[in-house]
Ligand binder design. Structure first.
Ligand code: NAD
Length: 419
């Protein structure tokens, strides 16, 4: 039988455990999600009918603090995917040394098929269903695929209505006017960008190198702008419908305008821009490939096509474990999701801190802190990978597992109680 997504993800844990002398309690605690709540949301539609939607919230592990993780609205969302994403969040928060465990949520829905008012009712219904599970000291959601700042604002408002007081720290990624943090909007891409710049010499890339970006939403669009601003050449971008490719480099402003206008394809054929199928982006000739869409898009079937020397995983889980092995053999360096896209949760953490202290930081303070965090953890992980001659992904898991193990073992270990 094929492995579930969570079983696949757990192979990373087993792999990391080989490099550490762990008490058996650690793996026993980390190999299962602590709590997954499943609810059916009933939503009144504009035509007067009621429709039901399956929804989940998983709190994978909370040893290091309240759980933290986004809410995804996607037609193919499943409980297995939610638990897998929550597992990754557990490690991501530990990689960045944030005082959080890992969580995640989802609604199985195609949000594009809903009106704006239906989307608001669905978002509020999610909070009505999960109000007892979340909370500023228990579980703190944020945006993920097809959810955004306005949705977070509706959700924070609904939570405040339920608990009878303003409670902005219950959710991050809110609009600035509702207690959001400056710098949250582009934080995921910016974190990956700071990491890439910090490791440029080690990776053998620099401004002038070519970049391809798979997925052109929050993470992908901001990454395109950031790398183009310092002189990288963005030769390809894709969304779920098309890959745009131009060997000499795309005009990033024009691409951003086309996406904002609703369709990347509007640029096809103009000024030498070729339109290719979405999946073609994986094999595009480039130095840096940035997956910024969905899981498993680089897999055993297409990893052999990758021409990039460096992959910066802004998406969660874009490379399967089988593809990882193929890429490692090809000497492609993968900067893994739990490090490369951790800028989002890191600035979410800053937002939560600001909400709790009621004192807000400037955007340059946010950028400075984020850069310092990415560089500190990124360098430690890079050095560990070199020292042990392992992939950067394995090193990131070892780095995080060390912190998780310390916290789990601080409650006493098997050997402590048996002695
Ligand atoms: P988004 O909804 O803003 O954008 C998703 C993009 O992916 C869209 O452009 C969509 O067209 C594209 N897409 C979907 N299927 C595709 C396919 N088969 N091929 C190419 N493109 C495809 O979502 P986002 O917030 O940018 O998230 C993207 C990824 O980054 C996800 O894996 C998410 O978990 C991860 N991530 C996001 C954040 C954040 O703060 N937004 C933080 C950490 C990780």
């Amino acid at each position: 039988m094929a492995k579930s997504q969570l079983e696949q993800a757990l192979t990373r844990l087993d792999d990391a455990a080989r490099y550490l002398d762990l008490d058996a309690d650690v793996l026993e605690k980390l190999k299962y999600p602590r709590e997954t709540t499943k609810m059916r949301l009933m939503v009144r539609m504009d035509d007067g009918s009621r429709k039901s939607f399956m929804a989940w919230r998983c709190r994978y592990d909370d040893t290091r603090g309240p759980t933290k993780g986004g809410i995804r609205f996607h037609p193919e969302a499943t409980m297995d995917e939610v638990e897998t994403l929550a597992f990754w969040m557990t490690f991501k928060c530990a990689v960045m040394n944030l005082p959080y465990g890992g969580g995640k949520g989802a609604v199985q829905v195609d949000p594009h098929a809903l009106s704006k008012a239906e989307l608001e009712r669905l978002s509020r219904a999610y909070i009505q269903a999960f109000a007892n599970v979340i909370g500023p000291d228990r579980d703190i959601p944020a945006p993920d695929v097809y959810t955004n700042a306005m949705i977070m604002g509706w959700m924070a408002d609904e939570y405040a209505n339920i608990v009878g007081k303003s409670s902005p720290a219950v959710i991050t990624g809110k609009p600035i006017a509702l207690g959001g943090s400056l710098g949250r909007e582009d934080a995921t891409a910016r974190g990956g960008f700071y990491l890439l710049r910090h490791l440029e010499r080690d990776l053998g890339v620099a401004p002038g190198s070519t970049v391809a970006i798979q997925g052109f939403g929050n993470a992908g669009t901001h990454m395109a702008r950031l790398v183009a601003d310092v002189g990288y050449r963005v030769v390809a971008v894709s969304d779920s419908r098309v890959t745009l490719y131009r060997r000499e480099g795309l005009d990033v402003d024009a691409v951003l305008a086309a996406k904002a206008g609703g369709s990347l394809a509007a640029l096809a054929g103009r000024d030498g821009v070729e339109a290719l199928p979405p999946e073609a982006i994986v094999g595009v000739d480039c130095d840096v490939l940035v997956p910024a869409a969905m899981e498993d898009l680089i897999n055993a079937a297409n990893a052999g096509e990758v021409k990039a020397r460096v992959i910066v995983e802004l998406a969660n889980g874009p490379v399967t474990p089988e593809a990882d092995e193929i890429l490692f053999r090809k000497n492609v360096v993968v900067l893994p999701d739990i490090l490369a896209n951790a800028g989002g949760v890191t600035v979410s953490y800053y937002e939560w801190v600001q909400n709790r202290q009621g004192f807000y930081w400037t955007v340059s303070e946010i950028h400075q802190r984020l850069r310092a965090n990415m560089e500190t953890e990124g360098r430690a992980i890079w050095n560990l990978a070199k020292e042990k001659n392992i992939s950067v992904r394995s090193a990131a898991y070892v780095h995080a597992l060390k912190r998780l193990a310390e916290a789990i073992e601080a409650h006493g270990t098997q050997s402590y109680f048996a002695s």
